[in-house]
Design a binder for this molecule. Structure first.
Ligand code: ATP
Ligand code: MG
Length: 483
């Protein structure tokens, strides 16, 4: 039944051949008992299906309602209507699935993103989410293509782990022990995880990096692309509890190589989508322009979506050190007028307001910040040599993007065994448990570097959407795990 179907996207690009084809899809609208706008998700553009008067009986006509699914056989003819060159003159029409118009939540009108979040199971059928998720798909494909073409090996790192790459909390525990108070206990009353499924305490991964490093020490270049989990209770428009991350790791590479790869990668992805999803980008560009009209002048973006993407493709990212970033912030009018909520001084972790000032107000383009204070970064980042007294930095790099803030976090890794162990001890990382990781530094250690790109933040950037809940199919955030 399904294999001889023509996709609407292809049909709309064809000539009025007079040939007979079969299409299937969902009704967006039905006018004058004659004109059906049919959509099958291959494009936002609907196929106009014309049912000549007398073709269908009244009972069938009544069943052609918004949301209903149809199989239509018909002839491709030139369209009289505007906005399309061809339409389908129906010869037979079958309703595959009815949709009660009174109860169907998606009316043929504009719905708010908030409303559609509640109806996430149906929102793929709207233009906005059609475009967003086709672009998300293209990005995923382009990511694999980019690394495959460069000879990187796709490594599947584990989802359940016993290690914490960041050396910090905020993880989801994985256990099969009973939660009703009968779990086996140690003498001090704490839960005895030796009795748990894995014989130890385990969690969902927050990053595949540490395992990725092991792969890079054999294949030279690997990447991961998988889900990661963070139980951070930050209810922002940029954080999810379950998100996808791409983490390349490269042997024989330093922080410069790392920045170059990240920049080339981001540009490649944007170019790929502009080329392969031009219709969807056009749609989102117009959508954003419409949205912005309702904002006060000073809240509107300087660039439209397409302008922004073109700009990023054509202009190198700004590269500055953390120390320079702090100086720019201290010299800024915003600082002098006490506009920042958080303190600015050397040693602080840059807050979102600081990152946004740097990219949106000062440089007006993506910025790569390097050389962060060691004290605020992870144990595996390489200590920079020759630092000023009391200002030890590491070879870290974050990429900050307009409208998003941090989109990439990466570093050159500490490849020197003694320095790494000393850092781990200083930061209370259990050295014994991590001996598998340290083995790479014991046996043929090499300079290496890598980064993590948050997939949803990249989708946000490319689609111009503003809430991360709108670029993942079913968002997992604090107090929300529907569908
Ligand atoms: P942030 O400061 O925004 O919380 P982070 O410093 O915790 O980010 P990293 O640990 O460096 O981020 O993770 C690498 C990348 O993963 C980030 O640059 C970002 O793009 C993405 N990312 C991190 N946390 C989340 C999250 N909770 N939801 C979605 N993406 C995230
Ligand atoms: Mg974080």
């Amino acid at each position: 039944m399904f294999n001889n179907r023509t996709k609407i996207k292809h049909l709309l690009q064809s000539e009025p051949t007079g040939n007979e084809v079969i299409v299937m899809g969902w009704v967006r609208t039905f006018r004058n008992n004659q004109f059906i706008a049919l959509n099958d998700g291959s494009t936002n553009n609907n196929l106009q299906v014309v049912t000549e008067l007398g073709l269908l009986d009244d009972a069938t006509l009544k069943r052609i309602t918004t949301g209903a699914s149809l199989k239509v056989t018909g002839i491709i003819v030139a369209s009289q209507g505007k906005g399309q060159t061809v339409e389908l003159k129906a010869t037979t029409l079958e309703v595959l699935g009815d949709s009660d118009a009174e109860k169907y939540p998606l009316q043929p009108k504009k719905h708010s993103l908030e409303f559609l979040r509640e109806k996430a199971h149906l929102r793929f059928r709207t233009n906005t989410f059609g475009s967003v998720f086709r672009i998300r798909h293209s990005l995923a494909y382009a990511i694999h293509k980019f690394y495959n073409d460069k000879g990187f090996v796709y490594l599947h790192t584990p989802i359940i782990t016993a290690s914490d790459a960041e050396g910090a909390g905020e993880m989801f525990r994985v256990t099969t022990l009973p939660m009703d108070g009968t779990a086996p206990k140690n003498e001090d009353g704490s839960i005895n995880y030796k009795e748990d499924f894995f014989g130890k305490s385990t969690n969902l991964t927050v990053s595949g990096q540490l395992e990725g490093e092991l792969g890079a020490m054999a294949f030279s270049e690997i990447y991961t692309f998988g889900p990661t989990f963070r139980a951070e209770n930050s209810n922002t428009t940029r954080h999810l509890a379950e998100f996808w991350m791409i983490e390349p790791e490269m042997a024989f590479s330093d922080i410069e190589d790392n920045m170059n790869l990240a920049e080339e990668f981001i540009r490649y992805l944007i170019k790929y989508v502009m080329e392969h999803n031009a219709d969807d980008i056009d749609f989102l560009d117009q959508r954003l322009a419409e949205e912005e009209k309702s904002l006060p002048q000073d809240k509107r973006s300087e660039f439209g979506l397409k302008e922004k993407l073109e700009f990023v493709v054509n202009n190198p990212f700004e590269r500055i050190t953390y120390t320079e970033a702090i100086q720019i912030l201290l010299d800024s009018p915003a600082y002098k007028k006490k506009k920042f909520q958080y303190e600015v001084k050397w040693g602080i972790d840059l807050q979102s307001e600081h990152e946004r000032y740097l990219v949106e107000k000062h440089f007006k383009k993506p910025v790569i910040v390097t050389g962060y204070p060691a004290a605020i970064k992870a144990f595996y980042m390489r200590l920079n040599d020759n630092c000023e007294e009391g200002k030890q930095t590491v070879a870290a790099m974050d990429i900050l993007a307009p409208g998003i803030g941090e989109i990439v976090g990466g570093s050159q890794r500490e490849e020197r065994y003694e320095k790494l162990v000393a850092r781990m001890q200083e930061m209370h990382i259990p050295v014994e448990e991590m001996s598998w990781y340290l083995d790479t530094r014991r046996f043929g250690s090499v300079p290496h570097a890598g980064f993590g790109l948050g997939f949803e933040r990249m989708v946000l950037f490319v689609t111009g959407m503003t809430n991360i809940r709108d670029v993942i199919a079913f968002a997992r955030t604090p107090n929300n795990c529907e569908f």
